[in-house]
Design a protein around this ligand. Structure first.
Ligand code: 5AD
Ligand code: SF4
Length: 431
């Protein structure tokens, strides 16, 4: 989400006459787009700010430093008044105001702030500047904000109310991306299932975007289990280019904890949803988010998370230790009473279990042939290319005569828990 937002910011600034540099040490303005979801994300931002502040002090007194995004929204004036860390503080709905605020800082020498949240802003017609893109995969933002109010989550406070972007501008952006050579779109929102533009709901939008070209792969993130509908699953089934992969964050395997988390489903509801999804799309690949050590979590409740993971066998998971966020429902109502060492122990059990499941699932793929979208050189060697399967698994294979942006039939020959290795059997520009 922040990558996508930064592309919007780059566009706003480009239109105001600013140029982009990839070297922060030659920049006149450094903007840090921040995350507030866990405490350690904020600590990392603080370390980064300290680095730029010391540069400013020692080498470049004219350097302007700005904080954008969720941490700006959460801490607001604090970053300016108490800590005097930055020149600019700009919340996620105020990016259009950046050129004016930068000018204000220039002319007055004073710091500037805009953390107003909006009920309408979707940056609908702004063409993102995809400055760090591989030219093959792009994020397209479709809605902003979240009305869910999960007990642990700061996002509804930092990103405001849900609002959807006009469908016409989304389809046009996807068409433009395809015409420019992109072959994979990830539709982005905090809660994509809540997308609504008049009669167009999320399944309808995915269907429309999938019609841009049969050679354009469609993914989306993030889908809330309580709103993942049959209609959406049918779009996966009926449209070959809508990838056979869903990220469905469960957060926990115990229904009492899910209730405390205010997730709006029980673990039985979730299991039913997965069964239904797998019935409709038999080879569906699944990933999830899991939180270890939420308030008042008992050993038995933690065990329920491990049980659910063993039962569902996710292909991939993002796993976190609970981190209390100020002002959330959980911070106000519950004690963050699981000791840090217990949280750590539970998280490592969760990670260990997931690694063994991922390895087992990847091994099952050995001998199978997957359609892979070729992205470019692999991290380790220029002689090898990498790309993803329809099911969102990274595959490494010999470069041969392949072009990034083409599709290849790759036979899987080996794997780790994180990566597949394969041999190209056939290549094509089509899906
Ligand atoms: N502590 C730990 N993890 C959190 N997440 C959200 N809020 C918190 C928190 N306070 C996780 C959830 C969410 C993912 C993006 O971050 O699992 O799905
Ligand atoms: Fe946070 Fe819940 Fe909204 Fe996801 S759905 S952004 S976890 S409040």
């Amino acid at each position: 989400m922040n990558v996508s937002d930064s592309e919007i910011v780059a566009s706003v600034l480009k239109n105001a006459g600013y140029g982009l540099t990839h070297d922060p040490l030659v920049a006149d303005v450094v903007l840090i787009n921040t995350c507030a979801i866990r405490e350690n994300a904020e600590q990392r931002v603080r370390r980064r700010l300290e680095f730029f502040r010391s540069r400013k002090r020692k080498h470049n007194p004219d350097l302007r430093i700005g904080v954008l995004g969720c941490m700006a929204e959460r801490l607001r004036g604090k970053l300016l008044e108490q800590e005097r860390l930055v020149d600019l503080v700009i919340g996620p709905d105020a990016y259009r105001d950046l050129p004016r605020l930068l000018k204000q800082v220039e002319t007055t020498g004073q710091s500037a702030v805009n953390v107003e949240l909006s009920r309408e802003e979707t940056y609908a017609e702004i063409a993102p500047v995809r400055y760090d893109s591989n030219g093959i995969s792009a994020f397209v933002s479709i809605m902003r904000g979240c009305d869910n109010m999960c007990a642990f989550c700061v996002v509804p406070f930092t990103r405001g109310r849900e609002r959807s972007r006009n469908a016409g501008t989304i389809v046009r952006e996807c068409q433009d991306l395809f015409d420019a050579g992109y072959r994979e779109i990830t539709l982005l929102g905090q809660n994509v299932n809540s997308y609504v533009d008049g009669p167009i709901d999320f399944p309808t939008l995915v269907d429309r975007v999938s019609l841009v070209s049969p050679d354009l792969r469609i993914r989306y993130s993030t889908s809330h289990p309580k709103d993942c509908s049959e209609a959406l699953l049918h779009v996966h089934l009926e449209r070959p280019n809508v990838c056979n992969f869903i990220h469905l964050p469960v957060q926990h395997g115990n229904s009492d904890v899910l209730k405390r988390m205010r997730r709006g489903y029980t673990s039985e509801d979730y299991r039913e949803l997965i069964k239904r999804a797998r019935r409709i799309c038999p080879d569906l690949s699944l990933s999830t988010d899991i939180i270890a050590g939420f308030c008042e979590e008992t050993d038995a409740e933690h065990q329920d998370t491990l049980n659910l993971m063993s039962e569902i066998e996710y292909d991939h998971a993002f796993m976190f230790m609970y981190s209390e966020r100020p002002d959330t429902y959980a911070a106000r109502k519950f004690q963050d009473d699981v000791p840090p060492e217990v949280k750590k122990q539970r998280l490592s059990e969760i990670i260990e279990l997931q690694n063994s499941i991922s390895l087992k699932k990847n091994r099952q793929q050995i001998g199978n042939i997957h359609t892979v979208l070729v992205e470019g050189p692999s991290k380790r060697s220029d002689a090898q290319f990498c790309g993803r399967t329809d099911t969102n698994k990274m595959v490494i294979f010999d470069r041969e005569m392949l072009q990034p942006g083409s599709y290849a039939q790759v036979e899987i020959t080996d794997c780790t828990s994180a990566t597949l290795f394969g041999t190209v059997r056939e290549s094509s520009t089509h899906f």
